[in-house]
Design a protein around this ligand. Structure first.
Ligand code: CA
Length: 722
């Protein structure tokens, strides 16, 4: 069935007036895109069909807008009437004329740049909610803000999170029957506890708050549900600190059942043996982390939960996109909720009761033998980390599917999933003590670092062999792929399905493509100077259908992925792109970032000091500056530090010299000797890179060819070892 619209009209009440105001603003059924995922069913499907397989080859750029950013853009624009609302980095909000691209207003919430240190996954924002003449946005520093939709003027602002803890908001709020729903992120850091909160859209006062994990909570909307959850945490000493389970992305709503659905993130820390002690392998589900939950809209009371990864040990959040659909399963009409989970399995649940219907793997995974067909619980393939040695597991914490939204077409009955296959060496950290506010997983992220002197060409070959993306068209009834398109990179954009019989997706390596929704045949391709991670959306004004997408490479994988995230000659400038049939606009000429050849100071460090620097860098710095000191994002590639910058490293890392630019002060985690070791590692990496870039071109080509041949064998041997 088509996406249910969120227009609310209650005769005889004040909301009728507000709804009328919404209509006056131009909300017209079928041609707008009124919320980030086009209605509370969150299907990301549009009934517009002007652009179809027959004419999509004529699609061209109508206009673009410079988003003042070189970092990740994850928002889906919302279109109400003739206005397009979207967000950029640092939670800025933009209202544009949806036909011409002219700026109507812009709102900058002035997020303090030091908060960037708390954003695990870039300073991104996934969009606004619009209702009753107001635009709602969550800010990176935890505020929920209401703006006047006409003028961008501030109407109200509330702080939804404690400001002394590493909470962030990157998700789009949803507004349902006058309630603005918002969660938060931060479960990779110590000291964060997940909540879903409902605020009154008129004045921003808190209506209810559902806590996802136990701990003290006098204002919990359902204390009994919290008490039940507490029984699944065998070591209560952790609870007062905040144990994760953040609601950082998806929300859906069923207007008939009046249930709000959302997914929760990992428990903190990732290492379940740290948080559960000796009882980790029994009785430690750690509810309601890694769950899909339903609560009642009116008061936030618990309705049901389904845990996708009980006692999660791999950062398998369940916060990915939730889609509501009405399917016929085994001859019976079922109201279902669908999720392509980070853990690699596609779940179909009954959304009235939470009853498990089915699950199947939609991507490579080796952590589970399968899913129990009765209970829906995973059957583990092995103990998670194999003691201190560690295991190579797929999916990585980046997920087989992350926040990049899928779409569901009622025409084809298929779900279009941006999927990924990426391995990760999960190794416990030897000594662990939590530090409030610090990135804090209990795992040794440095375990998978390559040796500092590894030839960059070999590193590249190994990564290219190990990491693959795919667009998967999934049949949720049969639980199998109808078709799939292989892609060279992961972290590709979310998808859009249309009645025009097309699926649209942007890619990490800079293409925007349209596929036949039934066959997967490619119908259109547009080359872009930058990567796309956001999902496209579509709207119609004046009889013309438009396709819009935010272009801006970034997010968790771009920051941490190193060589796997890197595209040469990328122009990192972010733009909103809007297309139409026979569009004639062109983007400005690309300005690729050219790093050239590093020019490091001479290395005077011992091999042991460089190895220690590698461990420290890849544990503390690599999540933003890239694994193995290869930056795959617009953040500085530290192999290219100048001699003067090497001299300033202590002041930057320990003195907080660049704190206002978003570079954290690490003086609580590192000391001067350790920073010197990191410096030695960066110099060693720079010299290895310099040697590779200054060798004869013919020799580099011969080596690259040879490395590509042996990379599968080396990766296979490595997998045997771990
Ligand atoms: Ca997580």
């Amino acid at each position: 069935m088509p996406a249910v619209r969120m227009q609310k009209i209650r005769l005889g009440s004040a909301t009728f007036v507000l709804a009328s105001l919404g209509l006056a603003l131009g909300a017209r059924a079928g041609t707008d895109w009124p919320s980030v995922a086009n209605g509370p069913y969150e299907q990301r499907y549009s009934a517009l069909d002007q652009i179809d397989a027959g004419n999509v080859s004529r699609l061209g750029l109508a206009w673009y807008y410079d988003m003042e950013s070189t970092r990740g853009l994850e928002a889906t624009p919302v279109v109400v009437g003739d206005t397009l609302y979207t967000t950029g980095t640092w939670s800025r909000v933009y209202a544009l004329d949806a036909v011409s691209g002219r700026l109507k207003w812009r709102y900058d919430p002035q997020v303090p740049r030091r908060v960037g240190a708390w954003a695990c996954c870039d300073v991104v924002n996934r969009g606004v909610a619009v209702d009753a003449g107001k635009v709602f946005v969550g800010t990176l520093d935890g505020r929920l803000i209401a703006l006047d939709a006409q003028t961008g003027g501030l109407l109200w602002s509330v702080q939804t999170t404690p400001t002394d803890r590493p909470y962030t908001i990157t998700m789009a709020p949803r507004v349902i029957e006058g309630k603005v729903l918002i969660g938060n992120g931060g479960a990779e850091y110590a000291g964060v506890r997940g909540t879903l909160s409902a605020y009154d859209e008129n004045d921003g006062h808190l209506l209810w708050r559902f806590y996802t994990v136990p701990g003290d909570a006098p204002d919990a909307s359902d204390p009994q549900a919290l008490a039940r959850a507490a029984q699944t945490w065998p070591d209560p000493r952790w609870l007062p600190m905040g144990v994760g389970g953040t609601v950082w992305n998806a929300i859906a709503y069923d207007p008939q059942l009046r249930l709000v659905y959302f997914g929760t993130g990992n428990a903190n820390p990732w290492n379940r043996y740290v948080r559960n002690g000796a009882d980790s392998d029994k009785d430690s589900d750690n509810l309601y982390s890694a769950c899909i939950l339903a609560v009642h809209l009116d008061d936030g009371r618990y309705a049901w939960h389904f845990q996708t990864t009980p006692g999660d040990a791999w950062d398998y959040d369940a916060a990915e996109h939730l889609v509501l659909a009405d399917l016929v399963i085994d001859g019976q009409p079922r109201k279902v909720i669908l999720q392509a989970n980070k853990n690699g399995f596609f779940y179909v649940l009954d959304r009235a009761t939470g009853q498990f219907i089915s699950a199947a793997a939609f991507a490579d995974q080796n952590w589970a033998r399968g899913i129990d067909p009765k209970t829906g619980r995973p059957q583990l393939a092995q103990t998670p980390y194999d003691g201190a040695q560690g295991r190579i597991v797929r999916p990585a914490p980046f997920g087989a599917h992350n926040w990049q939204d899928m779409s569901y077409s009622p025409d084809t009955g298929l779900v279009y999933i941006p999927a990924a296959s990426v391995p990760f060496l999960y190794t416990p950290e030897k000594e662990f003590s939590p530090l409030i506010g610090a990135w804090d997983t209990g795992l040794n992220l440095a375990a998978q670092a390559a040796p500092a002197d590894m030839d960059p060409l070999l590193l590249k070959a190994l990564v290219k062999d190990a990491v693959h993306g795919a667009l998967v068209a999934w049949d949720p009834v049969a639980q199998r792929a109808a078709w799939r398109v292989e892609q060279p990179m992961i972290w590709n954009g979310g998808t859009l399905a249309t009645r025009g019989g097309l699926v649209f997706q942007g890619t990490a390596d800079g293409f925007l493509r349209a596929y036949d929704a039934r066959s997967g045949a490619q119908r259109w391709e547009y080359r872009l100077p930058n990567g796309v991670i956001a999902p496209p959306m579509t709207y119609e004004i004046g009889g013309v259908q438009y396709l819009a997408v935010m272009m801006g490479w970034g997010g968790a994988f771009a920051l941490a992925g190193g060589e796997a995230a890197k595209v040469p000659d990328r122009d990192y400038r972010g733009h909103l792109l809007v297309f139409k049939l026979d569009g004639q606009a062109t983007l400005p000429p690309p300005q690729p970032r050219e790093l050239g050849v590093p020019d490091p100071p001479p290395s005077t460090a011992s091999a042991a000091e460089i190895a220690e620097g590698s461990r420290l860098f890849n544990q503390h710095c690599g999540v933003c500056h890239g694994a193995n000191a290869v930056s795959g994002s617009a953040l500085p590639d530290l192999r290219y530090l100048s001699k003067a910058q090497h001299g300033m490293l202590q002041a930057i890392v320990l003195g907080g010299a660049l704190e206002n630019a978003g570079m954290p002060n690490f003086s609580r985690q590192l000391d001067a000797t350790q920073v010197a070791a990191i410096d030695a590692y960066l110099i060693a990496r720079a010299q290895t890179t310099r040697a590779a870039l200054t060798q004869p071109g013919w020799w580099a080509r011969v080596k690259a060819w040879g490395y590509r041949l042996i990379a599968p064998l080396l990766n296979w041997l490595n997998a045997l070892k771990y």
